[in-house]
Every structure is written in structure tokens, then in C-alpha cells.
Design a protein around this ligand. Structure first.
Ligand code: AKG
Length: 247
């Protein structure tokens, strides 16, 4: 697949791009079946809701928020992360050759009803250490749908290019919802109703969030990240500790 000029420009300007029905539903189901076995038996490495949000509440201890390091878990996961169809697209949005990083994201994300929390506004790059910010994440919907009810992703268009001040973020680097100064920007947020197989690409500096899951079912998605080949991880940082795959 190749993006049109309009799609390329849209990503450049807004920092995200929705590719409806990009992935094959049969492949999504197969990935999901394997993921569900790993979730059922809590196959490590996992991150619980407690670890993810940093709050030690008993009801969150048993809730798996994500299966980590999925690249090495199963051929189906690897196949998706090295999918050849999406490579030209990644090269177009990065404007250089994509390199798959396994240090970040590289996860099956879940959001359980009742025992999961809101992910506040943030930039993924806050905990990443690269010599540049040209990294893009690839989010794939594995469940039937992602919508306002089950905590679909929301984005603040163009925020990947904004020079935001440290004071606009809290001590955990979440963009403050309670700050009057931040409101006009937060009010520009957009979201979509997503279906199985839909893919969203988003820039590592794009502000995004996802609400609690108010539905009865679990939200389940796959997310991995690629960097432009010139954007090397900082030596000694966690970002440099994991293998990378040239695509
Ligand atoms: O809560 C969610 O599903 C979104 C997760 C997210 O934004 C992230 O891990 O960067």
C-alpha cells in the first residue's frame, strides 16, 4: 500500500493517520486468539494496571494492562510487526527507512471493564530516549470495535509540532487537564469509532489519551513503534537496550 499525497500531508500536519480496514480480519482474530492464551495464563513479561498507572490498589493488581515484548512471543505477532504491506506507508510518514524498535510499546494492550483506568493526555516520547523525535506508533484494533464506551484513543491534532512548556505537564508528564491554559488545546481533541483491522499511525510527540472502559467487554489492541533509521537511541538509555529490526 502507498499513501496518497493528501494522506501524507495529513499525517505531517496532524501527527496521526487512520487506515480503515488495513489489516485482514482473519489475521486479527488469529493474533487475538494467541494473545488471549497469553492473557489467560499471564505469560510474562506483563504489566498490571497497578504498574501501568503507578497506583497500588488491590482491585488493579490482578488486571493485566498489557502483554509486553510481544515480538518474541509468537510468529503471528512478529509477522504483523514486520508486515510488508505497511512498510512503504511507514517510510512515507517517517520520510526515511523504518526500523522496528522493541524497547517501547511492542505490546498487546488490554483495557478491562471496571478494573481499568483512564490514560491521561501524554506524549509517548516522555519516557523514550532517542536522538530525535521521528518515531511513529502503529495501533491495530483487534477487538470488534473501539469507541467512546470502551476507551478509544483520542488525539490532539498538530500537538506533535507544538512547543509545550514543562509547567503544562504534571510530575508524571501528563498534560494537565485541570489547567485553564491547556483547555483550548484539549478542546480540539478528535476521536474515531474504530473497527477490527483498523490501524492508526501516530507520532511519538502527539498528545493522546484513552478513557476508562465503560462497556462490558475488554478492549484489546496491538501497538508497536518504528523509528526513522537516522533517529538512534541514546547510548546507555533503556531505549538502546533492546534489539531493533531493520524493515
Ligand atoms: O489506555 C489506552 O488504551 C491507551 C494507551 C496509551 O496511550 C499508551 O500506552 O501510550
Amino acid at each position: 500500500m502507498v499513501l496518497t499525497k493528501e494522506q501524507e500531508e495529513f499525517f505531517d500536519e496532524n501527527g496521526f493517520l487512520l487506515l480503515r480496514g488495513f489489516a485482514d480480519v482473519v489475521e486479527c482474530n488469529a493474533i487475538r486468539d494467541v494473545a488471549e492464551v497469553h492473557l489467560k495464563y499471564a505469560v510474562c513479561p506483563i504489566e498490571t494496571e497497578c504498574e501501568y498507572i503507578g497506583i497500588n490498589k488491590p482491585e488493579y493488581k490482578q488486571t493485566i494492562r498489557r502483554l509486553r515484548q510481544v515480538y518474541d512471543r509468537d510468529i503471528l505477532f512478529r509477522n504483523w510487526m514486520t508486515n510488508k504491506e505497511i512498510r512503504p506507508v511507514l517510510e512515507q510518514v517517517l520520510k526515511e527507512k523504518p526500523v522496528l524498535v522493541t524497547a517501547h510499546h511492542n505490546s498487546i494492550m488490554t483495557k478491562k471493564p471496571k478494573t481499568s483506568t483512564c490514560t491521561e493526555w501524554h506524549r509517548d516520547s516522555r519516557y523514550w530516549s532517542y536522538k530525535g523525535n521521528n518515531l511513529v506508533s502503529v495501533w491495530l484494533v483487534l477487538g470488534e470495535e473501539e469507541n467512546k464506551q470502551n476507551g478509544v484513543l483520542e488525539f490532539i491534532p498538530k500537538s506533535h509540532k507544538m512547543d509545550l512548556k514543562d509547567e503544562q505537564f504534571d510530575e508524571r508528564s501528563f498534560f494537565r487537564n485541570d489547567l485553564e491554559e491547556n483547555r483550548p488545546l484539549i478542546d480540539t481533541a478528535v476521536t474515531f469509532e474504530l473497527n477490527k483491522g483498523d490501524v492508526i499511525l501516530f507520532h511519538s510527540d502527539l498528545l493522546h489519551r484513552a478513557d476508562v472502559n465503560k462497556s462490558e467487554g475488554t478492549k484489546i489492541s496491538f501497538v508497536y513503534t518504528v523509528r526513522g533509521e537516522s533517529v538512534k537511541p541514546v547510548e546507555g538509555a533503556r531505549s538502546a537496550e533492546y534489539k531493533e529490526i531493520e524493515l
